[in-house]
Design a protein around this ligand. Structure first.
Ligand code: FES
Ligand SMILES: [Fe+2]
Length: 418
């Protein structure tokens, strides 16, 4: 069975064309009017507290999401020229991302094939054609090939062709670099497609990396992440910010395959223009969706991209430990040239204020999670993106590997748009 909602959106495969824009706007209008969840929507069982506190479950999550899944690993602007490189430890392994002499972006384990030292150190840089390991001097090309070893007379018969840096899957979506440590994973393009189709009309390649900072918080990464999957908290947590601008009662949710989702929040006042964005160039190709709404996409598992017509903030959320999380706060925008307009200082600061509000409850919630007072998480209809995310997590882990008491019951298939 497919609900009417899901069936209608099957027609959206083409992307955000005119009729789809109108259909999405109509759904927001209907959302404002509804008095209850739609007929047939299931009651969502509580999420088990152990999903936030069980160390064995946390290891399953890390393995499924970071080791075997595609994860965001940067922006092509971090690799401006052949030889540009940076290190990424987001997946838990030391990974070297590098632009080759042919312009291709590749990733390798930053692990010398001799005795495992890092071949690149210092975070980022530009290599003049090769990397030389700082331990004993083995040298690798930008394509990972082992070019030379020190004192070759002592390594007679060494099969250098077999001893290149071990490659890591590395593919791009627009200007975004993704890596995946699982050689058998599906191609990135296929993984992101259920969501990416709605961004196809936008010149993603033109989005420059305007800003990036990291912040660490005490709390399980899902406490941070789930906050960005609902608008239910706008009214209290963002009383003086987001709540003044967006009407959460009109927020319409889209659930897509592979755990991706989106919420579309209408501006409270029709025709409202963000004063903080005044004077900034708009992306070409935008529709009413980017202009008149906050279209907050979530690329499973941990990249939040709330699109506006003039720029896209990004929040990437990384589990460091079961109770420790790193957030990357990012901004991407269609800048006219390489120089960042001074207007951005205010815009970035405004957004930082909202992010600060967003993390206000993370540490206290974590304290609750560690206590016997945390008994489970009942989710409402408007919080269904969170349940959908957890369903996707269990599928990624493999349900049979999860203790029965911690599993979520899959209920939202019929509410997920194809
Ligand atoms: S560990 Fe790299 S050369 Fe020895
Ligand atoms: Fe928020």
């Amino acid at each position: 069975m497919q609900t009417k909602e899901a069936a209608a959106d099957t027609a959206d495969r083409a992307g955000l064309d005119g009729p789809t824009v109108e259909r999405w706007k109509a759904r927001v209008a209907a959302e404002r009017q509804r008095r209850s969840p739609p007929e047939g929507f299931p009651r969502l069982p509580e999420l088990a507290p152990g999903r936030y506190s069980d160390p064995a479950f946390f290891e399953l999550e890390r393995d499924a999401l970071l080791r075997r899944g595609w994860t965001w690993a940067g922006h092509v602007d971090q690799l401006p020229e052949p030889g540009s490189w940076y290190e990424s430890d987001r997946s838990g392994s030391p990974i070297l991302v590098v632009r080759g002499l042919d312009g291709t972006v590749r990733a390798f384990y930053n692990t010398c094939r001799h005795r495992g030292a890092p071949v690149a150190r210092g975070g980022s840089g530009t290599a003049a054609g090769s990397f030389t390991c700082g331990y004993h001097g083995w040298t690798y090309g930008l394509d990972g090939a082992l070019q030379a070893v020190t004192d070759p007379r002592d390594f007679s018969g060494l099969d250098t062709a077999r001893l290149g840096l071990v490659p890591v899957r590395c593919e791009t979506f627009g200007p975004f670099v993704f890596v995946c440590e699982d050689p058998a994973a599906e191609p990135l393009a296929r993984f992101v497609e259920p969501m990416a189709r709605y961004l196809r009309h936008l010149p993603l390649e033109s989005l420059r990396l305007v800003h990036r900072r990291t912040v660490e918080v005490t709390g399980n990464y899902k406490v941070v992440l789930e906050n960005f999957l609902e608008a239910y908290h706008f009214r209290l947590l963002h009383q003086k910010t987001t709540h003044r601008i967006f009407d959460h009662t009109g927020t319409n949710v889209h659930l897509w395959r592979n755990g991706h989702s989106m919420m579309l929040s209408p501006h409270r006042r029709a025709g409202w223009i963000d004063p903080g964005a005044a004077g900034m160039p708009e992306m070409s190709g935008i529709t009413d969706i980017e202009r008149d709404f906050n279209a907050s996409y979530s690329l499973f598992p941990n990249l939040i991209l709330p699109f506006s017509s003039t720029g896209v903030p990004g929040i990437a959320i990384w589990p460091l430990a079961i109770d420790r999380t790193r957030m990357e706060v990012l901004w991407f925008a269609p800048m006219r040239d390489g120089e960042r307009d001074p207007l951005w200082e205010t815009r970035i600061a405004n957004f930082d204020r909202i992010v600060e509000e967003d993390v206000e409850f993370v540490a206290p919630i974590q304290a609750s999670i560690a206590s016997p007072g945390f008994r489970g998480v009942p989710l409402s209809y408007q919080e269904r993106r969170i349940y959908h995310w957890h369903e996707a997590l269990d599928r990624r882990i493999g349900t049979e590997r999860i203790p029965a008491a911690l599993r979520v019951t899959p209920l939202l298939d019929d509410w997920t748009e194809d």
